[in-house]
Design a protein around this ligand. Sequence first.
Ligand SMILES: Cc1ncc(COP(=O)(O)O)c(C=O)c1O
Length: 385
Amino acid sequence: MRIYFDHNATTPVDPAVAQTIARVMTEEFGNASSVHHFGQRAKAVLDDARSSVAALIGAEPSEIVFTSGGTESDNFALRGVAEALEPTGRKHLIASSIEHEAVLVTLRALARRGWRTTFLPVDASGIVKPEALAEAMTDDTAIVSVMHANNEIGTVQPIAELARIARERRALFHTDAVQSIGKIPVDTRALGVDLLSLSAHKFNGPKGVGALWIKRGARVTAILTGGKHERSRRAGTENVPGIAGLGAQLAAKKVTTEGARLGALRNRLEEAILARVPGTAINGAREPRVPNTTNISFEAVEAESLLIALDLEGVAVSTGSACSSGTLEPSHVLKAMGLPSPRTQNSIRLSLGAGNTDAEVDFVVSKLPAIVEKLRSLTGARVRS
Ligand SMILES: Cc1ncc(COP(=O)(O)O)c(C=O)c1O
C-alpha cells in the first residue's frame, strides 16, 4: 500500500488532463505563432486554455500570461514590476516572511541591486496582520507580495484587506496563489489584487507550466525577452500541450465538492493524531486554512526520522517546503511564527488531495502511535500524555 499525503509538493496528473496533453502533443504540434493552419490550430488550443484560466479566477483572457510555473510567475511579478516602476522612484518592496522561496530569494536578489525590502512578521497563527503592512508601507513602495495560502501550514491570508492597504498608497499587490487554486475559490476581483501567480502541477495539471495574471493597466516589464509571444510579455514558443493540460476548467469544477470532502478527511486525521499520539500540536491557526493541509509537531521526534519511518510504511509526507527538503534547515515559516527551535524541527506536513480516502487516513492513524513511540524510545525521550 502506498499513500500519498504530499499534495502541496506536487499532485498526480489527472488522467483526463494527461490524455489531453498526449493528444495535443501529437495532433496540435504547430507553433502557435505560425500563420498557417497548423499554427492556427495550436493558437486555438492556447486561446481555449486562456479562457479557462480566466474564467477560473474571474479575469479577462488577455490578462493571462502563460509561464513555466509558479517560480517564474513570482519572479516575473516582482522583477517585472520592480523594473517597470524603477524610473518612478519607487524603490521599496514588501513581502511576508512566510512566502515561498520563489518570492523571498527574488526579493533578496533585488535588495542586492539597491532595492529596499521589508519582510512582514507573522505571529504564532501564521497570518499576516494588516496593521503590520499599514506600518511598513511608504510612498516609495512599488509592490507588496503576500501569498494567498501558505504551502507549509495552509493558512489563508487576508488578501483583500492587505491589497486595499497597498492600493491606498498606490502600490501594486501580487499574490502567490499557487497553493490556493483548486483548493478554495480564487477570484481576482474579490481579492482586489493586481497580479496573481498559479502553477498547474499543484492542482493535478502538468509540471513546468503556470500563469501570471496581470490586471489590465498594471505596469510590468517582461523578464524573458525575445519574440512577441504572449503579447510581448513573455518571449518563447509556448508549451502548447502543457498549457492545454493546465486543466483549469477541471479544477474549477471540483473545488467546491472536493474541498469539503478533503476538509472532513483532514480534520479527522488531525483529531485522531492529536488524540492518539501524546505530545502533538497543530502548527498555525486552524482557520482560515486550505482544507487539505495540516502541519503537526511531534515533541521529541526528529521530523526527518518520522518522515523516513512513515515512508517505510508506504506513507509519503513532508517536513515542509519541498524545495528546501534535502537540507536540514528548520522551516523558515515555523521560525517566522516564533515556534521554539525543537518544535521547528519536530514538525511534519500532511497534505491531502484527490484520490485520498478514509481508509488511508485510518491506516496512517493506526501506524503513527507506534512509530512515534519507537522513535522516542531510541532517544530515551519521555513525553507526558
Ligand atoms: C506557494 C508556492 N509558490 C511557488 C511555488 C513554486 O511553483 P513551481 O513549482 O511551479 O515553480 C510553490 C511550489 O512549491 C509554492 O508552494
